[in-house]
Write a protein that binds this ligand. Structure first.
Ligand SMILES: NC(=O)c1ccc[n+]([C@@H]2O[C@H](COP(=O)([O-])OP(=O)(O)OC[C@H]3O[C@@H](n4cnc5c(N)ncnc54)[C@H](OP(=O)(O)O)[C@@H]3O)[C@@H](O)[C@H]2O)c1
Length: 256
């Protein structure tokens, strides 16, 4: 196979949770541009509908399913619907995530903790389990979990977020071992700060923006479309011998 062909995703069914906006939206476009049939999920049907229309207008293949990652029955139904409508998924990108709060552990409520862990860790586990079963039955698949530098190093005032992302990093390594001989690879992509709704309070913040760019070797936030390249690599046959890894897409943050 040529080097170009190994990045080709034509005919692959790629599910992107939280695909309607932000990083997930850019990842969906990148996968579609490499030939994939992209199925995006999220809670807002209108956002997903607009994302599907945009990808189709650019010649890509896309569809959507409304599903809340905090609800087990919704994740189970999403996986069943994908299998029925498109066949067993080839690729799952667990991108949906929240960071609802910036506060110390001493003032974090259990509800706040549960929302973040429920979406970012338990939701990812459920999707790995449900789509993983399809992939194991098919004897192939690639799962890519979007974590964060906060899953590798501690960040201030984000105990629940860091716990959720660190949990996904190690959960991914464990599942990668379990499924390595069965044709299903599991890896992570760990961004630093990216300009999306999630960080809208930081990008223009008079103090924090400068602290973040000052701490980042590349000296800037990432654009959402700088994350998709690593995901396309891990989704495709170009990474056929890669599993249990985490690629930092972080402007040098964790390398420094
Ligand atoms: N932005 C950053 O600086 C940064 C850095 C490192 C890692 N990340 C990670 O990258 C991922 C995407 O972040 P982003 O910056 O693109 O965030 P964003 O712009 O806030 O988008 C979040 C996405 O997740 C979906 N989502 C949230 N809760 C959900 C739920 N319960 N069920 C289903 N979908 C849900 C949202 O869709 P709906 O609202 O329609 O449900 C939306 O599509 C997250 O996992 C985040 O932790 C972000």
């Amino acid at each position: 196979m040529s080097e170009t062909a190994s990045f080709d995703l034509t005919g692959r069914v790629c599910v992107v949770t939280g695909g309607g906006r932000g990083i997930g939206r850019s990842i969906s476009s990148a996968l579609a541009a490499h030939g994939a049939m992209v199925v995006m999920s999220g809670r807002s049907g209108s956002t997903l509908e607009a994302a599907v229309a945009e990808i189709r207008s650019q010649g890509g293949k896309a569809d959507f399913i409304v599903a809340d990652m905090q609800r087990e029955e919704a994740v189970v139904a999403m996986a069943q619907t994908v299998a029925e409508r498109f066949g067993p998924a080839h690729v799952l990108v667990n991108n949906a995530g929240v960071n609802a709060i910036y506060k110390g552990a001493d003032t974090t409520t259990l509800d706040e903790w549960n929302t973040i862990i429920g979406t970012n860790l338990t939701g990812v586990f459920l999707a790995c389990r449900e789509f993983g079963r399809q992939m194991l039955e098919a004897g192939r698949g690639s799962i890519i979990n979007i974590t964060s530098i906060g899953g590798r190093v501690g960040l201030a005032k984000t105990a629940a977020y860091c716990a959720s992302k660190g949990g996904v990093e190690l959960m991914s390594k464990s599942i990668a071992i379990d499924w390595a001989k069965k044709g299903v690879r599991v890896n992570c992509v760990a961004p630093a700060y990216v300009e999306t709704d999630l960080t809208s309070g930081l990008v223009d913040h008079p103090v924090l923006a400068g602290k973040i760019t000052g701490r980042t070797p590349m000296g800037r936030f990432a654009k959402p479309d700088e994350i998709g390249g690593a995901v396309v690599y891990l989704a495709s046959d170009a990474s056929s011998y890669v599993t249990g890894q985490s690629i930092g897409v972080d402007g040098g943050w964790t390398g420094a």
